[in-house]
Design a protein around this ligand. Structure first.
Ligand SMILES: Nc1ncnc2c1ncn2[C@@H]1O[C@H](COP(=O)(O)OP(=O)(O)OP(=O)(O)O)[C@@H](O)[C@H]1O
Ligand SMILES: [Mg+2]
Length: 246
């Protein structure tokens, strides 16, 4: 298992320009007799080191797409490659390990653990990958500092503002230095000034750490920062606007 994990991480460090590749990915949800086709044969490549944005009406399949890219959910059919790894070829354990090492998540509702402090929420992903205590502490403190929350380390989520909670969520997503960060409507619960500062923070991290950010969003402000835009409608890719090379 450890050897397999090392192999996956090694592959992930490859030099491919596209960090995500989907080929004819379909996803149908089944609940009882009901079948809901959420994605209908999406093929796309997402370049590394950019802000890519997935837009589309409510119910068009954005969250489903992000969950598949993030290996939270498996497609019903089609192939998916993330950071050079063929996800379908990995065992469940290897997928969990791959996700823990390579992918960071930011959710609309922040999804922080309410009984943990800001420090503990940010440290948590490092516990999952078995990082030694001294290194965990160094990275967690540096990350809290980077998002401007060094003074709030001991506060719990309910003692923080919405913008501060989202910054904790961003710090938690970034602390393990993932290659890919997936953010589902990260600014939806923030006022526009706070949203702007969160976008600026993510952009700074993206430039400094060469992280790939993939957003699902309805927020025009976030859309305007996209290097690359994918428009989906009824589970299909209908438009793709490529930005200039970075
Ligand atoms: N767990 C589920 N079980 C059954 N159907 C689902 C499930 N999750 C999503 N769906 C359906 O799949 C389709 C795509 O949903 P999805 O959540 O991906 O849309 P979305 O683009 O993220 O929408 P929104 O902008 O409202 O967040 C919708 O028709 C939705 O009802
Ligand atoms: Mg959604």
């Amino acid at each position: 298992m450890a050897a397999a994990a090392a192999l996956v991480t090694a592959t992930a460090a490859g030099t491919s320009a596209a960090v995500v590749r989907l080929q004819r990915v379909a996803k149908t949800y089944r609940s009882g007799a009901l079948e809901v086709p959420a994605l209908r044969g999406i093929s796309l490549e997402i370049p590394s080191h950019r802000f890519s944005v997935v837009v589309g009406a409510s119910g068009s399949g954005k969250t489903t797409l992000l969950n598949i890219i993030g290996c939270i959910d498996a497609p019903s059919s089609g192939a998916i490659e993330v950071c050079g790894a063929d996800i379908a070829a990995l065992s469940d354990d290897a997928v969990s390990d791959f996700r823990a090492r390579n992918i960071g998540f930011i959710f609309q509702t922040f999804s922080l653990v309410p009984v943990l402090s800001a420090y503990e929420n940010v440290e948590y992903p490092l516990l999952l990958v078995g990082m030694p205590q001294a290194e965990r502490r160094r990275r967690t403190l540096a990350m809290l500092e980077a998002v401007g929350l060094a003074g709030q380390a001991r506060q719990r989520p309910n003692e923080l503002s919405g913008g501060q909670r989202q910054r904790v969520a961003i710090a938690r997503a970034l602390v393990k230095e993932p290659q890919v960060v997936l953010a589902d409507e990260p600014t939806a619960n923030l006022d526009s000034a706070t949203g702007a500062s969160i976008i600026e923070l993510m952009r700074r991290v993206q430039v400094q750490s060469r992280t790939t950010f993939i957003f699902a969003t309805h927020d025009p402000q976030l859309m305007s920062h996209a290097d690359e835009t994918f428009v989906i409608r009824d589970g299909q890719l209908v438009e793709h606007h490529a930005g200039a090379a970075r």
